[in-house]
Design a protein. Sequence first.
Length: 134
Amino acid sequence: FWISLVYAVVHLPLCIAGTAVFGLTGARGSIVVAGVFYTVLTGHMLRLTLDIRWLEILSELKRPLFATVAMVGSIVVVAWVLLPGSDTGAGSWLMLVSKVWVGATVYCGALYLLWRRDGCPAGIEQRALQVLSR
């Protein structure tokens, strides 16, 4: 109940105001602001209930964060390389498929390489390899 109440009190007014003032950009911005707010709220609840500190949370997020940065960089490069023909129907589909394929490949590859660099610690990556090896 409380999470839904906080959602209604925070996200709904942000979304309505952002859309009214800035249009679609405001709606997207409100989602980002609400996401940051919920991340802080979740971290606070983890600290209170499980005594997990912010540094512990952030240390677990370093590999996905670096992989995300690499993915975004690769998507920017793909957009730059394919930009000349991307405004037509076929060009936009090529751009979409290229960005999805390159982004997913770079993210998974970067996450795997960072995990290997860190000595293959127990975590979701190890579980994913177990599932894929079946």
